[in-house]
Every structure is written in structure tokens, then in C-alpha cells.
Design a protein around this ligand. Structure first.
Ligand SMILES: Nc1ncnc2c1ncn2[C@@H]1O[C@H](COP(=O)(O)OP(=O)(O)OP(=O)(O)O)[C@@H](O)[C@H]1O
Ligand SMILES: [Mg+2]
Length: 301
């Protein structure tokens, strides 16, 4: 039996069972990526659920999550493998102490797989309990293009060559999800290998469901107002619009402040949870009456 969900609907349901609300479009992309064995490339604004869906996917598939966080200067020794020098040195001393003198023998011993420190990409080639892992390559736009070129090769061959050891190959390729915040474009060659999906800011209905799912105990009316307020706020010309993460933090904050309904006082007290730039805070305060009016007209989901 396949470890993958059997349909788009089953995919959507399985994610939801783990508290992740996915639009049909996203569920289709995930389902097809699994079915066709393609990497999935997810782009979107910060805080819209790119990283979270991958964590949830590993739970859905009952498999290990391996995460490679990208950053400028990410290199092979952090992403793929590195030799464990300290242990190699110790081994060499041990062998010398026990009278082993042949250079070749020593070299052969210390450059064997037992002395490799496996980093995420190499780990991702290994199955655990007969299952390939989920490999999250997070925020690829932060890594250098050189690394992206290496990745392109990895994603087509599913193998890594360690010169001293040989080629290590995946019996079954991992489930790969790549995310990007689009601080630069990912190369076409890499995109061509992937299923692609843009995660947009959620609709009112979707965000309301996420809030209900993630902040239990929040009064229904307040939850509606919070979501309507954030949705209205996103339509303002802000330097940095709040993501779903901020909505959830704000909802938890208002719950902690014992608010039962939105009012200017409690909003102003807690705006710093939603907005992280002073200009945006000033703008929101300026538009308070209008934003609040729209929040109070919250549609019934
Ligand atoms: N569709 C969703 N269903 C459930 N929770 C969600 C959903 N979207 C976002 N969240 C929640 O919002 C928070 C932020 O999500 P996440 O960290 O995945 O965002 P991101 O897109 O990776 O952001 P960044 O680009 O900043 O890394 C998480 O706590 C996550 O649980
Ligand atoms: Mg993320």
C-alpha cells in the first residue's frame, strides 16, 4: 500500500486532521507532487503557512522530517556532509599506538562512511523503517546560486558522490518541498523540475478556520472580528502586512488580555503583535475607526 493519500480530498482531510487548513489548490499541488514524485516549490509572503505544511506533511505520511534551513554562504559541508576530523584523529592515534604503520590502511579506515557527519541532504537519501523521509529545503532564495546549481543535480540524480567513499544513492527518493520568500527568483531549471504553488494570504473563511483551529477557547464573535480586522489591515498600504502567524499571535494576545470584543483601547495596546514597523502602527492608529467599523461588519462564516 502506498504511504500517500489516495486523492486530493484525502490529502486535504489528512492535513486538516493535523490542524492545517489547505485550499483545494494547495491540496492538489501536494497530492500531485506526491503522486508524480516531483519536488514541490512553495512561494508566498512571510507567515502564510509554507513551513508549517511541510511539518504537517511529515506527520501525515508518518515519516521523518529533515530540514535544511538555507542562508547566505550555505555550503556543502553544512548541507551534505563533512568528515568528523576529531574522530578521525583519534582513530589514527589509536591505530598508530597499536602498531599500524601502513598509510594506505590508515587512510582507508578513517575515510570510510563511519567517519562521515551526514548533513540534511545526505540524510535524506536514507529510508527509515522502509519509508523515505520528507525533506524541507526552507527559504532557498537565501542560499547562493552555486548551492542552487548543486541542488538541481541532487534533485535529478538522488545521489551524492563522496570522493573517498563512492556514490551514495537513494533507494527511494525523499519527498521534497522547497520554500522561497522570493527575495530573488529561483532559477527556471530548478522550477521546471518542481510542482509550483503560490500560497496567498488566506480568504476570510480560511483564516477564520485557522484561528478557530489554532486558538481554541477564543469566543466566536471575537474570532470573527479579529480576522475581519486583519483582513482590512492587509488592504492598507503597509510596509509589512501581517501574516497568518501574526493573526494567531494577536488572537492569543487578545485572549490573554480577556478581551470579549474589539475596541480601540485593547487594539492599540496590542498592535505591536500585528505590526512590526512604527510607520505601520501609526497608519493603523490613524485608520482605526474605519478598520474597526469593517471588523464589526465581519461576515458570518
Ligand atoms: N493554512 C494554515 N493552517 C494552519 N495553520 C497555519 C496555516 N497557515 C499558517 N498557519 C500558522 O501560521 C504560522 C506561520 O506559518 P509558517 O511558519 O508556516 O509561515 P511561513 O510561510 O513559513 O513564513 P516565513 O516565510 O516567515 O517562514 C504557523 O504557526 C502556522 O501554524
Ligand atoms: Mg517559513
Amino acid at each position: 500500500m502506498s504511504m500517500f493519500p489516495a486523492s486530493v480530498e484525502a490529502t486535504q482531510k489528512a492535513l486538516e486532521a493535523h490542524h492545517y487548513i489547505a485550499d483545494r489548490g494547495l491540496a492538489v499541488a501536494v497530492y500531485l507532487a506526491l503522486k508524480l514524485g516531483r519536488p514541490l516549490l512553495l512561494e508566498g509572503e512571510p507567515g502564510v503557512g509554507k513551513t508549517e505544511i511541510v511539518k504537517v506533511l511529515a506527520q501525515v505520511l508518518h515519516t521523518r522530517l529533515i530540514r535544511l534551513q538555507c542562508y547566505e554562504g550555505l555550503d556543502i559541508s553544512s548541507a551534505v556532509y563533512e568528515w568528523d576530523y576529531a574522530r578521525q584523529m583519534m582513530q589514527i592515534r589509536l591505530m598508530e599506538a597499536s602498531g599500524v604503520r601502513e598509510q594506505d590502511k590508515v587512510r582507508h579506515e578513517v575515510f570510510s562512511p563511519a567517519f562521515l557527519l551526514k548533513r540534511p541532504l545526505l540524510q535524506a537519501l536514507e529510508m527509515v523503517e522502509g519509508k523515505p523521509p520528507v525533506l524541507l529545503i526552507d527559504e532557498l532564495d537565501r542560499a547562493d546560486e552555486e548551492f542552487e546549481a548543486f541542488l538541481l543535480e541532487f534533485l535529478s540524480d538522488w545521489q551524492i558522490t563522496v570522493p573517498e567513499v563512492g556514490t551514495l544513492r537513494a533507494e527511494q527518493p525523499p519527498v521534497v518541498v522547497i520554500t522561497s520568500n522570493r527575495t530573488r527568483e529561483i532559477h527556471d531549471a530548478l522550477k521546471r523540475r518542481c510542482m509550483y504553488y503560490w500560497i496567498d494570504y488566506p480568504s476570510f473563511e480560511k483564516e477564520y478556520r485557522i484561528v478557530r483551529e489554532k486558538v481554541p477557547g477564543l469566543p466566536e464573535k471575537l474570532a470573527q472580528q479579529i480576522v475581519a480586522f486583519v483582513q482590512a489591515l492587509r488592504q492598507q498600504d503597509l510596509y509589512k502586512a501581517p501574516g497568518v502567524a501574526e493573526t494567531l499571535d494577536w488572537a492569543a494576545s487578545l485572549l490573554a488580555l480577556d478581551a470579549v470584543a474589539l475596541a480601540p483601547g485593547v487594539i492599540e495596546d496590542s498592535l505591536g503583535v500585528l505590526l512590526k514597523y512604527q510607520d505601520d502602527v501609526v497608519r493603523a492608529k490613524h485608520q482605526m475607526q474605519d478598520l474597526l467599523a469593517r471588523a464589526q461588519l465581519a461576515p458570518q462564516p
